[in-house]
Write a protein that binds this ligand. Structure first.
Ligand code: HEM
Length: 595
């Protein structure tokens, strides 16, 4: 059952994601809700507020106080009670500035999943447009002193067009023109960009309470995804992988790879990134979705829904995020509901097996909740974990294959049962194709230094660096692929760098990828099995990371077609006698996976 507190929690999150829109009323509202689940909440919506919008009980002095029963408040915010009728019928009473109370619908309507039905749809649409415009053209957070600045001619677009066209080249050009620390205004955001050794080192050190990664992510994701996904309790990848006991996911990974490779048959052709995308879905859903035994058709149906919720798509095709915003995320919400329904159906039919894998950890976290909230909670956890995976894993796997196909000695070693070099190989492939933009959203005023000075950043600023720039330029030779740059997961040339933070695959410090070991195991296992089973012939040459990608490991700029043929068949045709290396290679694989 919806409670008033659900709305106020959701409001805080929505306001954090878009403070300009939230503070349009420029006033403080106090809500006094009577009855069961009632209480007092204060909304601080004064201009300049960037966090702590909602306080329960006492807050700053209010401009208007709204008195209503908690039951009527829930009915109002879920569109079941007409506000005018409620007001006329004495169900709502406003003390203080009555003019401000007209802002109530727009305050409530900015929270996804809630909405006060306004009498006039035109004024509702105008209200939405007004909020959107204010958010785009509102004042930008201050940076003091102001470093060189790339702002473009149009106030909202700013430098956005050049940034979206080729972000890596854009930042490289900005560095040449403006130095290693500069400000970029684009798409209504202010980015404080650092590329110098000290600047980048200090970015990675920023404490979450002052400069938040979670909030930066939410700011971007909120354009594409239903915010309900981030509400309430969530089991996050950190909780799942904290123990990092590899055995809890290896079996699921192995089965998923076997399923998918069986589906390939004896011979055919695949596009590498399309293939690894499907494989990534299969591996992920088997690991944290409890859906390891889906047949091909069931998996395909589910993938359609997950792809609809793929936030990384908006890094590659920004118009998709715009479309999602314009349609109030209707398609995304439909996909979310479809996935929830699948979990309601499968979980209520299935007995609890007392397993101990990643999925059972998610289920355990919902043990105390009745159906169907339990299944919905589980489904949303799976969606959020899977989203983290969709951004990077499949592309990392595909680039590992792309580079391996150009190096027959790696394939040969794999077939002889030696996969020891593969982790260096995958890390180097990721280093070369990383397109992640690292972002932290300033929550309270902070100071950050580079080699030339200290800057004071106001809340709302996004501190940024882009891995594709530093990963390939921090030391001579890094512009080329060389698997000797890594020993396993360790970048061996770190001592040559002016700051070790300038090169990374899975991040540094507190926000390092929680699924690092999982991903390394997944890539190693999938790659070795593929080369073990098939002879692969590439039909592509020299693919490059997609130019316009911002965020995650890049897709390729061209199709990477590969012809495959089952090895036993290929070898028989050539009348060669090579022992099928199943047991030997399986032994080796296990040895390295346990590392
Ligand atoms: C090859 C695959 C992957 C690569 C290269 C990768 C890379 C990264 C990087 C660079 C970061 C740090 C970003 C930052 O600090 O701003 C990160 C964080 C994160 N990754 Fe991954 N990742 C991969 C796979 C995955 C998978 C499979 C999942 C989920 C199952 C995942 C979930 C996350 C999460 C939740 C964070 C945020 C951690 C935090 O905020 O503390 N990643 N990843």
């Amino acid at each position: 059952m919806v409670k008033p507190t659900d709305f106020f929690d959701a409001f805080e999150r929505a306001a954090l994601a878009d403070p300009n829109a939230a503070t349009l009323p420029d006033a403080v509202f106090r809500f006094e809700l009577s009855g069961d689940d009632g209480g007092v909440w204060t909304l601080d919506l004064r201009k300049g507020t960037t966090s702590g919008f909602v306080t329960s009980d006492s807050g700053p002095d209010q401009d208007a106080t709204i008195h209503v029963s908690s039951e009527d408040w829930v009915a109002l915010t879920t569109g079941q009670l007409n506000p005018m009728r409620a007001f006329m019928g004495g169900k709502i009473r406003v003390d203080g500035d009555l003019k401000l109370a007209v802002n109530l619908p727009s305050v409530v309507n900015m929270v996804e999943g809630y909405g006060i039905s306004v009498e006039n749809p035109i004024s509702a649409a105008l209200g939405r447009a007004r909020r959107a415009i204010a958010a785009l053209f509102g004042p930008r957070p201050s940076v003091d002193p102001m470093p060189p600045h790339a702002r473009g001619a149009l106030p909202w677009l700013g430098a956005g067009r050049a940034l979206a066209d080729d972000p890596t080249a854009f930042f490289v050009r900005c560095r040449e023109r403006l130095g290693d620390t500069f400000v970029v205004d684009a798409f209504g955001y202010r980015l404080f960009c650092v590329f110098s050794p000290l600047g980048v080192r200090n970015l990675w050190k920023l404490p979450e309470e002052q400069a938040s990664k979670a909030l930066a992510d939410l700011t971007l994701l909120s354009h594409k995804l239903p915010l309900e996904l981030f509400e309430g309790r969530r089991t996050l990848p950190h909780d799942l992988f904290a123990r990092d006991d590899v055995e809890t996911y290896l079996e699921n990974l192995r089965n998923a790879v076997a399923f998918e490779l069986d589906d390939l048959g004896d011979a055919g052709s695949i596009e590498l990134f399309t293939f690894t995308k499907r494989l990534g879905h299969r591996m992920g859903l088997a690991s944290w979705g409890g859906l390891g035994t889906l047949c091909a058709e069931e998996l395909d149906r589910l993938i359609v829904h997950f792809e609809q919720l793929d936030a990384s798509e908006s890094f590659v095709h920004p118009h998709k995020a715009m479309f999602a915003t314009a349609t109030r995320k209707r398609r995304e919400r439909r996909a979310m509901r479809a996935i929830e329904q699948i979990f309601i159906e499968t979980l209520t039919k299935r007995p609890r097996l007392g397993q101990s894998d990643l999925f059972s950890r998610i289920c355990d976290a919902w043990d105390d909740v009745p159906s169907p909230e339990r299944e919905i909670g589980i489904a949303r956890d799976v969606i959020v974990v899977h989203m983290g995976s969709q951004t990077n894993l499949f592309a990392a796997m595909a680039w590992t294959l792309v580079y391996a196909l150009g190096d027959p000695s790696v394939i040969e070693r794999l077939r002889q049962g030696d996969d020891s070099g593969l982790d260096s190989f995958s890390h180097e492939a990721i280093r070369m194709s990383q397109r992640s933009i690292v972002l932290r959203r300033v929550v309270s005023p902070i100071e950050i230094s580079d080699e030339h000075g200290t800057y004071r950043l106001a809340p709302g600023t996004l501190v940024a660096t882009m891995l594709s720039v530093t990963n390939r330029s921090a030391a001579p030779g890094l512009e080329h692929f060389d698997s000797d740059n890594y020993r396993g997961a360790t970048f061996v040339r770190a001592a040559e760098l002016p700051a070790r933070e300038l090169v990374t695959t899975y991040g540094h410090g507190k926000h390092t990828c929680p699924a690092h070991r999982f991903s390394t195991s997944a890539i190693r296992h999938a790659t070795s099995e593929l080369f073990e089973r098939f002879e692969l012939t590439p039909l592509f040459s020299e693919p490059q990371p997609l130019r316009r990608q911002i965020g995650g490991v890049a897709r390729a700029d061209r199709p990477c077609e590969v012809v495959y043929e089952a090895r036993v068949r290929a070898l028989n045709q050539r009348s060669e006698v090579v022992p099928k290396s199943g047991p030997a290679s399986a032994r080796h694989t296990r040895k390295h996976e346990a590392n």
